[in-house]
Design a protein around this ligand. Sequence first.
Ligand SMILES: [Zn+2]
Length: 274
Amino acid sequence: MKKIAVMILMLALLLSASLAAAGELRVDFYDMGKADAMLITTPDGVRILIDTGTNKGGKALVERFEKEGIREIDTLIITHYDKDHVGGADKILEDVTVKQVIMPVYDKESKQHTQFMEALEAAADVKTIPMEIGSQMSMQSGDGVTMSITAAQKKSYGKDEENDFSLAVRMAYGDTKFFFAGDAEAPRQKELLMEGDVACDVLKVPYHGRLVSTTPAFLEAARPKIAYITDDEEDPANEALIQYLEQLGAKVYSSREDGDITVISDGQQVRTAE
Ligand SMILES: [Zn+2]
């Protein structure tokens, strides 16, 4: 009986090791329902977490990291302060060693934001990089992964404006490109189109798969091979948006239909690993 258990454990270890081979970049899109959390692991093992799900999602993420032996995150990027993006950040900061946090600068008053700021203050030795309106930054890891992050360009987007403060993250490895668009709505999507370099192999579809006026132009410019939508049964992604992505040649995945997915890049091509 014990032998079988050991063999199963070994098999499980082999399986997880075979997901990404040496020299491969891995992105785990976690099923948080209608909330975002994605973990990037570069070929050399540098970990970048984009968003943290809701409060409840953060708890699940911490448990998952404990199980998987993930004790350290090199960079945590908070795209914006809505509860389905920053909600789990306090749990992550309390439980996992985070080296630096990149976050947008805009006024926000909410329980989740306060909890995040308090956890950030309490966490030892964490470097914070607040990104002012109109700013841009780049990062490069020693193994050839480059990242460019842009902040929103305007100080105000009117009513219900918070989604448009989303930081946008472009990542490249070899010939492959990833685009994480936060919850960008039409004004912010327009900015991203103006910034250029929207074309990607893998797209985290903005704004939980809702259709806005700029969606066709944005998706056309992105033309991803793989698209991931963070939605749920209560608020499913727009059907026309899914069809449009498919017409552009994308394989569309969603948290609602597919749960977690893992995308691997070998620098030339991208593929999903179940
Ligand atoms: Zn959201």
